[in-house]
Design a binder for this molecule. Structure first.
Ligand code: GLY
Length: 424
């Protein structure tokens, strides 16, 4: 099925690329060159710290947060993460290897190398990927896919060796150890008040399992991925195809509760959650050929395209947030959506509208409104993402996963259009 999917990609990609051979790609080249410059700055800043770049520190304005959440500050004060000192605001925050975001910086270095062939980026990618080696024996989170597939998974594609494959399989086994067969899902978090929390983000960890099946020939990885995707499909989505963030299960598999931990309220449409969904189900179709996933991904995509009402296609942090010029955007949600829609566009005959929308996002992200000036933004590529507004955490700032999916979107765009960096 993978072979069929790739050939569909190539056929539609070629069809799309025929129409646009004389386009000016200055905007794209500038996005790539800026990314390379920023990645090198970030690699140098983190050098010798045993940590990885993860975001820029951001401040907190309680009154504004309260307006966005529709609550008095007293109602959410206890949930706030610590506010960084004023002299750190706008500066790089580094994370350790057990942080869920640890794989994105090495992954961005791999994409930078893949897109440009710049050997310095490859050296840095190898160095920062190797830092994550101890994660192979960790099973304390579902985020193992983010951490290891973005780092070691890209290493396997671009610099394959048996050691890398072994690391990925060991990590996949640890992810599988979090699967509950009665519930039919992989447990996301080990903290909080929930009995068995599963978050929509967890769809992104399934690619590691599909990779492990390819590496071992063992169907158990695929079976777990499919059961998780089916359970999520059955329980995470509302009739309008927006999703809750968290669904917690009782041990008998019934739903304990549905919430939106990082959104405006439990019934709102948290922007990044919608992006994880469209990306995840498109990937599930790629890996399985099951048309249920394709139809579902299209329904989520159509919902996103009708609900995001900003002129530049970069969503507010939550689709239901009160709108104003100050309402924070989430460039990370936009980048993930762009990746999902580029891939979705290759699977269906009427895919051009998804391609056009994804290209619109990519052009916006590559504009001065979101793309850093080289040397600024403390080494990050994009500005204006939002980590978790209800926790006063990383509101309107740089996030390493926005950068990772921006580069992935560039790669997908260039593949579909048949573009090479050296000819831009
Ligand atoms: N996986 C965490 C987030 O999307 O914020």
């Amino acid at each position: 099925m993978r072979i069929r999917s790739i050939s569909v990609t190539l056929i539609l990609g070629a069809a799309i690329s025929c129409n646009v051979s004389n386009e000016d790609y200055g905007w794209l080249k500038n996005g790539i060159d800026t990314s390379v410059a920023q990645l090198k700055i970030a690699a140098e800043k983190a050098d010798g710290t045993d940590m990885l770049p993860c975001c820029n520190y951001a401040g907190q304005d309680l009154e504004f947060l309260g307006w966005q959440l529709g609550k008095e500050p007293s109602a959410f004060m206890d949930s706030l993460r610590a506010c960084p000192p004023a002299d750190k605001i706008g500066k790089m925050n580094l994370c350790g290897i057990y942080d869920w975001r640890s794989g994105f910086f090495p992954g961005s270095l791999w994409y930078g190398f893949e897109i440009t062939g710049d050997k310095e980026l490859k050296e840095e990618a190898v160095k920062y990927t190797n830092m994550l080696n101890p994660i192979r024996s960790y099973n304390g989170t579902h985020d193992l896919g983010f951490m290891m597939n973005c780092s070691y998974g890209n290493a396997l594609r671009l610099s394959p060796d048996d050691t890398v494959a072994t690391v990925l399989v060991e990590t996949a086994d640890n992810l599988c150890s979090r699967f509950h067969s009665g519930i039919g899902a992989i447990r996301s978090w080990d903290f909080g008040p929930w009995n068995y929390p599963v978050i929509i983000d967890n769809m992104m960890n399934l690619e590691l399992l599909f990779n492990a099946e390819r590496l071992t020939g063992d169907r158990k990885y695929r079976d777990i991925a499919i059961r998780h995707a089916n359970t999520t499909l059955a329980n995470h989505f509302r009739p309008d195809r927006t999703s809750w963030h968290v669904v917690s299960y009782n041990n008998d598999g019934t739903v304990e509760c549905r919430q939106t931990f990082q959104g405006r309220n439990d019934d709102s449409a948290w922007a990044r959650g919608q992006a994880w969904g469209v990306y995840g189900y498109t990937e599930c179709f790629r890996e399985t050929g099951d048309s249920t996933y394709l139809a579902f991904a299209q329904e989520i995509a159509d919902m996103i395209m009708s609900r995001v009402n900003t002129d530049d296609l970069i969503p507010y942090w939550d689709y239901d947030a009160p709108e104003s010029p100050k309402t924070p955007r989430d460039a990370s949600a936009a980048a993930v959506t762009s990746c999902g829609l580029f891939e979705l566009s290759t699977f269906i005959s009427e895919g051009q509208r998804y391609f056009d929308y994804a290209e619109g996002i990519l052009r916006s992200l590559s504009s001065p409104a979101y793309l850093s000036t080289p040397g600024e933004n403390d080494g990050f590529i994009l500005m204006h993402s939002t980590g978790s507004l209800p926790h006063g955490s990383e509101v309107d700032t740089a996030l390493n996963y926005a950068d990772y999916y921006y580069l992935e979107a560039i790669k997908r765009y260039m593949e579909i259009k048949g573009l090479e960096y050296s000819r831009l």
